[in-house]
Design a protein around this ligand. Structure first.
Ligand SMILES: Cc1cc2nc3c(=O)[nH]c(=O)nc-3n(C[C@H](O)[C@H](O)[C@H](O)COP(=O)(O)OP(=O)(O)OC[C@H]3O[C@@H](n4cnc5c(N)ncnc54)[C@H](O)[C@@H]3O)c2cc1C
Ligand code: SF4
Length: 540
């Protein structure tokens, strides 16, 4: 069976805030010129928003520029941020610290990013954008000169054994004069594009964190709409970068999450367990006691910032949003920069489509407010490599005295290189879940509504299967058992004396991409499963 081909002016991979902002801006530009432009967006989630997980406190700067009348048009930004609290936790106590200027949220909104994307998708469709959820871009298409021609969606109905089942349907080729990759943090095709075109040759390696998040409905007396709380300190040790967020939204909902820098050293660390343990802190626990957990999920986020932004263009297209790494770490915000980068890319693509070969995306990004914003905070996150207190002290110096204009730039290194051998580290004893405020992994994955067609080739591929035991198990006590927030990786033994073997429960994967990032020898390759597979987040 041959693949069908669909032709567009612009093909966008990923219906997150960056991809949708791009699509809207392209249509606006065409309307301003009274012209036509065909734009298609494909999304691997079963619907727009199904794979979106964020905090989220959003800075509306880019949205204001894109759709100035978003309030009148009913955008789901209904809870203004009212109060910021920044706490340092010890095991039993909490101390209020001054809120760093980047974390002041006056003028921002506490939202569900999934719901914002659903709204943006409706706006885009209203302008004539074609959006295809449930289709994963599995392959980049190149012409004979190596120029990107578009992408192909994955075939459906290939069995575990690699053979076609009776439901087999070949993928579809989506060809665009410009192809924009908006896959978010650690995009699987973006990885290929980076390598093929050497986009990372002149930048630092990207570095990452993993955010594990839950959404709760809390008792009315614990709910303070507009309250934004961040914590550092316990339960992290002082060397490991990490902290929590608690955002009080509308409808008695509280988003709680824990972010751990993936440059952590101890292979016994479990980001999932850190979130569970965090909720049991005497100052935090009352928020959740008597409440109900509604949703669970996890997602990696970029932490490399300015010095890790790669080259952004290649023949036939551009990389936008968190796929390129525009997140502002001290703010813990990437939505506004992701959207803005998409809007800038739309303007460049539009000019190129109208024959302006000199239109330069990188130069336009450097001239936009994204660049100045990222430049000023570029040294804050790397300063935490010396530990929490030196990191806080350096951040204060950099922000208040140097004002982001230090004559030096700290370098980033790849996260997987930081993992130490199990023999050099102490196991961490995590408390058992109490079933009230803390839970186990499987019951958590259950409420992420994750689903994958079982009879399909594994989308978590080991480049060398031998390494799972010979390296990961033998040297690192298989850290994937703990960093995976969905319990996908399990070491099983046939009987107590049996040889260990790695079992991969791929159907549980919530597409956070942590294994692709943190595996010590980069042996795990995350590729897209059949379209529509993965979590089905209601409003994360
Ligand atoms: C825990 C956490 C907390 C955060 N808190 C905040 C916050 O409070 N404020 C803030 O502004 N930012 C926050 N961020 C960052 C913010 O979520 C991101 O900056 C933003 O989502 C980036 O948008 P994006 O469009 O680039 O990527 P994403 O939002 O990741 O969207 C990418 C989309 O592309 C789809 N996709 C990926 N690959 C493919 C493929 N091959 N084929 C088809 N579809 C594909 C995905 O399913 C997804 O829908 C947080 C992030 C995390 C993880
Ligand atoms: S298998 Fe990998 S991508 Fe999937 S949930 Fe686990 S760590 Fe995340």
């Amino acid at each position: 069976m041959t693949r069908d081909t669909m032709e567009y002016d612009v093909v966008i991979v990923g219906a997150g805030p960056s991809g949708l902002a791009t699509a809207i801006r392209l249509k606006q530009l065409a309307a301003e010129r009274q012209g036509e432009i065909s734009v298609c967006v494909i999304e691997k989630g079963s619907e727009v928003g199904a794979h979106i997980l964020s905090g989220a406190v959003i800075e509306p700067r880019a949205l204001d520029e894109l759709i100035p009348d978003w309030r009148e048009r009913g955008a789901p930004l209904v809870t203004p941020a009212q109060e910021d609290r920044f706490l340092f936790l010890t095991e039993k106590r909490a101390f209020r610290l001054p809120t760093p200027p980047q974390m002041h949220n006056h003028g921002n909104y506490i939202i569900s990013l999934g719901n914002l994307c659903r709204w943006l998708a409706r706006e885009a469709e209203g302008l004539g954008v074609e959006i295809y959820p449930g289709f994963a871009a599995a392959e980049v298409l190149y012409d004979g000169d190596g120029r990107v021609l578009g992408v192909a969606t994955g075939a459906m109905g290939i069995g575990k054994d690699g053979k076609h089942s009776e439901n087999y349907q070949p993928g579809v080729e989506l060809r665009g004069k410009e192809t924009l990759f908006a896959e978010g943090c650690r995009g699987s095709l973006t990885k290929e594009i980076n390598e093929r075109f050497g986009l990372r040759k002149s930048s630092d390696p990207q570095s990452y964190g993993i955010g594990v998040k839950e959404l709760w409905e809390v008792p009315a007396d614990q709910h303070h709409p507009g309250l934004v709380v961040h914590t550092v300190g316990w339960p992290m040790d002082r060397r490991t970068y990490g902290g929590s967020f608690l955002y009080h939204l509308e409808n008695r909902q509280v988003a709680v999450g824990f972010v751990v820098g993936l440059d952590y050293e101890n292979p016994f660390l479990s980001p999932f367990e850190e979130l569970q343990r965090f909720k049991t802190h005497p100052v935090i626990r009352p928020t959740f006691e008597g409440g109900r957990r509604i949703a669970y999920g996890a997602r990696a986020l970029n932490e490399g910032g300015f010095q890790s932004v790669p080259a952004l263009s290649f023949p036939g297209g551009m990389v936008i949003g968190c796929a390129a790494g525009f997140l502002n770490v001290p703010k813990i915000k990437g939505t506004h920069t992701a959207m803005k980068s998409g809007m800038v890319a739309a303007e460049i693509a539009f000019r190129r489509l109208h024959g302006d070969a000199s239109a330069d995306y990188r130069a336009a990004i450097e001239a936009s407010w994204i660049w100045d914003e990222l430049y000023r905070v570029r040294n804050v996150r790397p300063g935490f490599r010396w530990g929490l207190f030196p990191g806080l002290a350096y951040a204060a110096l950099d922000t208040y005295v140097l004002r982001g204009r230090a004559p030096w730039t700290f370098r980033n290194t790849a996260d997987h290189l930081h993992l130490k051998k199990a023999s050099e580290c102490k196991p961490i004893a995590y408390p058992k879940p109490d079933g009230k405020v803390s839970f186990d992994r499987l019951s958590s994955v259950f409420i992420s509504n994750t689903n994958h067609e079982e009879n399909q080739p594994a989308h978590l591929r080991l480049r060398d299967p031998q390494k799972a035991i010979a390296v990961n198990y033998a040297l690192y006590d298989s850290p994937e058992q703990r960093y995976c927030p969905a319990g996908v990786y399990e070491i099983v033994k046939e009987g107590s004396e049996g040889a260990p073997r790695l079992q991969i429960n791929a159907q549980n994967c919530v597409h956070c991409k942590t294994c692709d990032i943190k595996d010590p020898t980069q042996n795990i390759n995350w590729v897209v499963p059949e379209g529509g597979g993965g979590p089905n987040y209601p409003n994360m």
